[in-house]
Design a binder for this molecule. Structure first.
Ligand SMILES: Cc1cc2nc3c(=O)[nH]c(=O)nc-3n(C[C@H](O)[C@H](O)[C@H](O)COP(=O)(O)OP(=O)(O)OC[C@H]3O[C@@H](n4cnc5c(N)ncnc54)[C@H](O)[C@@H]3O)c2cc1C
Length: 373
């Protein structure tokens, strides 16, 4: 009898949890394949610190080559470009095809740049993170600060606030004349967080001399046009402007939500195809609202691991039940961070040290020899 095949698409936070379980349990039977474009999985939590020169890039990424080797999983260096859920087949960028018995998707989301494309070569989407790091360096952004009149970050969520603060910290040290503007959208800064967190974030942005505009923006040659009609010139526009689902899911046959994200139940199982699972930013829970965040993607990992193996063996599935509040630690300055937990908020240098410990421990867990979450 041929063994069953589990195919994981994407090496995102939830799939790291699946790989961790496989490394610890080494289940006999299934062949497990993971498809990922390259061996590095970048950790977004450490990106602001990297921009500020506090981390080497190598400290902010996980080596999927090593993690998959420990887990006994075959790493295919490729990108999924199409999925035929009816035929249980994934098409890859190289032209190869992979059939599966059980499929799990953890490909994250794309930065939604639809309104900003007019900014052309000045546009720097924060995702994919690997490309962002390369472009930030190749633009020579920090070094070029002296000739950089204005950098604009678009996006009022955690990513946008952290990017703006990191960029402003970089320039304030060397090129005080560079202006940093955050275009936060009509709802302003951190609309999904409590009022105290929003107040702390606004104070941190003000300390960093960042101009905050609660406006929508459209990209145009040389910068952005706000919904007020005002033109904002910018040499660099960092887009942290919300999540967009990968376009190739549209033709997959999977049930999607109105935004094109994979619709899943409490088991993170597709509503239309029970042999397909999805976790992290790529999915939307049909039974409850779960925010798109690294926190939830990480916490779904062990449940997802249980469920994909149960689906292969015919076992019972487990639900992922998020806690009412999640802890977010947001960079608010070169040496400070804000902790946000439901209505509770606190800021300080000790929060930043706490964030550093949590972030670096997460990445370290996947280094050679370690495979325990
Ligand atoms: C600057 C910044 C700061 C953030 N800060 C926080 C924070 O403080 N707390 C928090 O909870 N969240 C934060 N987030 C959000 C968090 O990064 C995401 O929610 C999280 O990364 C989602 O994880 P994921 O597992 O869904 O996907 P990802 O971590 O994005 O991983 C997806 C993986 O899939 C791969 N992939 C993509 N497409 C394909 C394909 N077609 N085929 C194969 N592989 C593919 C990618 O290469 C990537 O490795 C932040 C985001 C940014 C940008």
């Amino acid at each position: 009898m041929t063994s069953k095949r589990l195919v994981l698409i994407g090496g995102g936070h939830a799939h790291l949890g699946v790989l961790d379980t496989l490394a610890r349990t080494r289940p006999a039977g299934p062949e497990v394949v993971i498809v990922s474009p390259g061996r590095w999985q970048y950790y977004s939590g450490m990106l602001p610190g990297w921009m500020m020169g506090q981390y080497d890039l190598r400290a902010c990424r996980i080596d999927l080559d090593a993690v998959t080797a420990r887990a006994g999983v075959r790493l295919v260096d490729d990108t999924a470009v199409a999925l035929d859920a009816a035929r249980r087949r994934v098409m890859l960028g190289s032209g190869a095809e992979v059939d599966y018995d059980v499929l799990s998707l953890d490909v994250g989301s794309e930065t939604d740049v639809s309104a900003l494309a007019g900014a052309g070569a000045q546009l720097l989407p924060v995702k994919p993170l690997g490309e962002f790091t390369q472009r930030w360096r190749s633009l020579g952004a920090p070094a070029r600060g002296a000739e950089l009149a204005r950098l604009v970050v678009v996006g009022g969520g955690a990513g946008g606030v952290e990017m703006a603060i990191a960029a402003a910290c970089v320039f304030s040290a060397t090129h005080a004349s560079t202006r940093v503007t955050l275009v936060a959208g009509a709802e302003g800064v951190l609309p999904d967080h409590s009022a105290p967190v929003r107040r702390m974030a606004l104070r941190a942005l003000s300390r960093a001399a960042i101009e905050v505009l609660a406006r929508r923006a459209v990209g145009t040659q040389g910068g952005l046009v706000l919904d007020s009609g005002k033109f904002i010139p910018a040499e660099i526009v960092i887009a942290a402007s919300g999540a967009r689902a990968a376009g190739w899911l549209r033709s997959s046959g999977l049930e999607l939500d109105e935004g094109g994200f994979v619709a899943v139940n409490a088991f993170h199982q597709s509503l239309s195809h029970p042999e397909v699972f999805a976790a992290g930013d790529v999915c939307t829970r049909a039974d409850r609202s779960v925010s798109r965040s690294g926190v939830h993607a990480v916490k779904t990992g062990p449940v997802l691991a249980h469920n994909v193996l149960a689906a292969l063996r015919g076992g019972e599935l487990q639900p992922y039940t998020p806690r009412p509040w999640s802890l977010y630690l947001l960079v608010s300055g070169p040496r400070s961070a804000i902790a946000s937990w439901g209505p509770w908020a606190v800021e300080g240098a000790w929060v930043r040290r706490w964030k550093h410990r949590i972030d670096s421990r997460f990445v370290e867990r996947f280094r050679a020899g370690a495979h325990r979450l």
